[in-house]
Every structure is written in C-alpha cells, then in structure tokens.
Design a protein around this ligand. Structure first.
Ligand SMILES: Nc1ncnc2c1ncn2[C@@H]1O[C@H](COP(=O)(O)OP(=O)(O)OP(=O)(O)O)[C@@H](O)[C@H]1O
Length: 386
C-alpha cells in the first residue's frame, strides 16, 4: 500500500533489481548525533536511503544500530542533525506522524487477541485503504505474509517465525511509506532465520516498500540487503552494496567484521608510483608479497584505490577462499594449527611466524604448507605515508 491509498495489488512492483543511485531519497540522516548525558550513542551519521531500497544497519553490539533506527522511527530525538523523509524535515515529529511500520525483536503480539485482530489493530481504527473491508484487508495481508486462513488462530498456536510474519502484517496494515525492522529474527533458530529472511525479502520486493533493517549478523546483512551500512562506534564506517563491502572493504574494521579475512600490513618496496607497475611489492618482516593496485586491479574499474609510494605502510586483505595451498609464487610457509569441518569446505587456521591466517579448502591439511594468492585477489585497504 502506498500513500495514495492504492491497494496492495496495484502497488506490487515485484522489483528484481535494487533501486539505482538515481532513485529518489526516501530517508536522509544529515549530521545526526544522539548523546545520553554526554555519552555518545551515535554521531556523525550521514545516510541516504533510497525509495524501495532494502537497507541494513549492521555492526557489533553497542555500535548504534538500534539508536539509528529509533531516530528514524521518531522514538528518539536527535541531539544534533536532521532526519528527512522525502526531503521533508521530520526531526520534531512523533512516531505516529511519521508513517512508519515497525517490527521489533520480540513478537509483541497481543496474546488475548486472535491473529486477525492483531493485524487489524495495525489499522489504528482507520478505514482500510482501497475501499476494502477490514476483514478483506486482514485476509489480504495474511495472504501476503504467507499465512492464509490463520485470522481466527491464537498467536500462541503459531511458531516464532509465523508470529514474526503476523507482526510484519500488522506493521504493513496501514500502508506505511517506510518499514523498520529491529533484529526481527534474533529469537529464532538458525534454520528458521534463513527461511524467514527469504520471506521478508520477498514481501519487501512485492510491496516495493523502503525498508531499514537492523542486525548484528553480517551474513544475514549480506544475504538480504540492497545496501548495508557497517557501523562502528556510533558511525557508519562503510555504506555500499553487499558485494562491495565484502570485496572492497574500506577499512580494516569492515574487512574483519564482514566474513573471515586475512589482513596484512607491510612496507611498499616497489611501488606502482615509482616503477609504473600496477603490481605493488610489499615487504612484511622480510617476506615480499605482491598486490595489484590501481584502477580496475580488482576487476571493479574503480579509480579510488590509494596509489602507494615506496616506503609507505600498506594494509591489504585476502579472503580465505583466495588463499591457495601449495602455490609456488607469491606465497609464504605456514603451519596448520586447527581446522573446522563446515560441510562443503573446511576452514583451516594456520600460523605464519606469529601471524594467524585462515584458508578455506576442500581437502584436509596438515603440517607446514606453502600458502599464497594471486596479486589480483588482494584488496588494498589503506596506505599510510610514513
Ligand atoms: N537510553 C539510553 N541511555 C544511555 N545510553 C544508551 C541508551 N540507549 C543506547 N545507549 C548507548 O548507546 C550505544 C549504542 O546503543 P544501541 O542500542 O544503539 O547499539 P546497538 O548497535 O543496537 O547494540 P545491540 O546490537 O547490542 O542492540 C550503546 O553504548 C548504548 O549503551
């Protein structure tokens, strides 16, 4: 449902693709900070969330995800900065005037009401939009969340995942412009979470509703989102599509928070700047490893990679799946410490003269092995002029 009062079927857009960078901005946070008695919950938050986008705030506990979501919902007022919806300043508006639907981590359904009554409660005594009756609207919403025919059921008779879908139907009922979800799956087991995240994504696509999602689970964030903001200490560290965050982390923090990674730091000894090469040699405690640099080195065509000079301190990362065992060049010798069998692959932890490495392999590994990577598979995170 959209703000024009059209019903679900007429607004269903079933988008296959993420809204592009030219899509109108639905939500903007400009220079937002929230402090409690001087303690910073979030600060320097600058975000633009596009219409129809599935946008996720991800990060470790205490990084300010929930506070950011509550500032968007209007449950908190920013100490500094502005929150805008579609260009309109809503910073001073209470939640009920912001046209948002919210789903929290605990199901928050009323146990003394049926499933249908819970969903109808979301309509807030207003007539359902689109000229349908309340019953029709409830049935339509339960259909949408894949729970047809459950209107007369008791919420207690539903599974955790089903209850969360009822909570979502209730949040969507009045046809909000924006859907906010705060760790809606944290109380569910792993299998159910994976199923429900597909369902949430499908519903979001069907409605084309702008959605802001909070999770501490980076795998979930990568799987479900059009774009993610990786938050650190109250501020977004990187805002990008999942693939970019995974392949081209902007910081050591993002490189290490999102998935397993091997992060190396060393001194540039044969810099692109001095030789014209686009492969940089980096000295790490007497071993030399080569890393591709410059525009397009990682296949992205981006030109904003730092351009190191000899003597600079260079930090780069290589994903475990890109570390090759028994590689003859661009490799070091490391000793197997432990292994975790994950089914399709095994995660092997190695020690390279005190530096931990992590590799994904199909075959079991023991003893000391040569482990290396193709220079194109390394991503330069940071260059520090010394
Ligand atoms: N009402 C409050 N009063 C004081 N400090 C608060 C309040 N709400 C949040 N904070 C602090 O602000 C910081 C950010 O909290 P927030 O709940 O936004 O983080 P989070 O990333 O959602 O964490 P989690 O994943 O653990 O829920 C934390 O240090 C928290 O202790």
């Amino acid at each position: 449902m959209d703000s024009n009062g059209d019903d679900l079927s007429t607004t269903a857009r079933n988008r296959a693709h993420a809204p592009g960078p030219d899509a109108p901005v639905a939500v903007e946070l400009a220079g937002v900070a929230k402090r409690y008695d001087g303690a910073v919950a979030v600060e320097d938050v600058n975000l633009e969330i596009r219409e129809g986008e599935f946008f996720t705030l991800v990060g470790p506990s205490g990084c300010g995800k929930t506070t950011t979501l509550r500032l968007i919902a209007g449950f908190e007022t920013a100490t500094e900065g502005t929150v805008r919806f579609g260009g309109r300043d809503v910073s001073g508006l209470p939640p009920e005037d912001r046209d948002v639907g919210v789903v929290f981590q605990n199901y928050a359904l009323f146990p003394h009401m049926t499933v249908g009554e819970n969903v109808a409660y979301g309509l807030n005594f207003a007539d359902p939009p689109g000229g349908v009756t309340r019953e029709e609207r409830v049935a339509e919403l339960l259909e949408l969340v894949d729970l047809p025919g459950t209107a007369d059921r008791d919420p207690d008779s539903l599974s955790g995942g089903q209850r969360q879908r009822v909570a979502m139907a209730r949040a969507i009922a009045p046809g909000p412009d924006l859907l906010l979800l705060d760790e809606p799956m944290s109380a569910l087991d792993a299998q159910l979470r994976e199923r429900l995240r597909v369902q949430i994504r499908t519903i979001q696509r069907e409605l084309g509703i702008t959605t802001v999602y909070v999770t501490h689970d980076q795998e979930e964030a990568l799987a479900i989102s059009d774009r993610v903001a990786v938050m650190r200490g109250g501020t977004p560290d990187q805002v990008a599509p999942p693939r970019t965050v995974y392949r081209e982390p902007d910081s050591r923090f993002v490189a290490e928070f999102v998935g397993d990674n091997n992060v190396f730091s060393g001194t540039a000894v044969d810099a692109a700047g001095s030789t014209g090469n686009d492969v940089l040699a980096v000295d790490i405690d007497g071993e030399t490893l080569r890393v591709a640099t410059g525009p397009g080195a990682d296949g992205t065509g981006r030109g904003d990679e730092p351009n190191p000079d000899s003597g600079d301190r260079v930090t780069f990362c290589v994903r475990p799946e890109h570390l090759e065992i028994d590689r003859s060049s661009n490799a070091v010798r490391a000793t197997v410490e432990s292994a975790e069998f994950l089914g399709e692959t095994t995660r092997v932890h190695l020690d390279w003269d005190g530096t931990p490495l992590v590799v994904r392999t199909r075959d079991p590994l023991t003893g000391t092995v040569a482990v290396g990577f193709h220079p194109d598979d390394a991503h330069v995170i940071d260059v520090e002029r010394l």
